[in-house]
Design a binder for this molecule. Structure first.
Ligand code: ZN
Length: 194
């Protein structure tokens, strides 16, 4: 068993194996129709125990659902927080394997002109896939669990996950995104879900 302190220290640098999942920390996931999914998230101002607990529970919930990303509104929290965790999968076998990364108050500083179309799924919209246009590369800024600002260049699949999760903080799910971009090709498959 891990203490909370150990889990927190592991949140950024080290993956948490599924054998370490604690079932009581796995949260229900909001699905289509829940108002929380279409509301704008609230900026985090307190980097406190509540944020740490939320982060751990989001991580466990995401891993239990085999997700590669999760945003706080998906677990009924209004806070501007998400986790991205790219990993190789059937649709993107070359996707980079990255440690789950917590991003607080994230934003895009600038982005490429080039866009890419790709199929996306969402933990909040089970068993559906949508073709979504995303910027190929983004320069992003976010705060870590201690409130320190971090700037990062993201590209390809990781940039796609970031943009998907950022949409959640803006109250935009794939259902709204397909209408915005008018690229709502419906498909089914085994793509990763975020
Ligand atoms: Zn999603």
């Amino acid at each position: 068993m891990f203490s909370t302190k150990n889990l927190i220290s592991k949140l950024i640098p080290t993956n948490i194996k599924s054998s370490q999942l604690d079932e009581q920390d796995i949260l229900p996931i909001a699905t289509t129709g829940e108002p929380v999914l279409t509301q704008k998230a609230v900026a985090v101002t307190q980097f406190d125990d509540h944020l740490k607990q939320l982060s751990i529970r989001m991580l466990k919930t995401m891993q239990a659902a085999n997700g590669i990303g999760i945003a706080a509104p998906q677990v009924f929290s209004p806070l501007a927080v998400f986790i991205i965790a790219s990993a190789p999968n059937e649709r993107y076998p070359d996707a980079p394997l990255m440690n789950p990364t917590l991003m607080v108050n994230p934003r895009i500083i600038y982005h490429s002109i080039d866009i890419d179309d790709g199929l996306e799924g969402c933990l909040s919209i089970p068993n559906k896939r949508f073709s979504i246009s995303r910027y190929k590369t983004v320069m992003v800024e976010y705060q870590n669990i201690h409130g320190q600002k971090i700037q990062q260049h993201l590209e390809g699949f990781v940039a796609r996950i970031f943009q998907h999760e950022l949409d959640h903080l803006l109250g935009i799910t794939l259902l709204e995104r397909t209408k915005i971009k008018k690229v709502g090709t419906y498909a089914t498959g085994q793509e990763a879900q975020a």
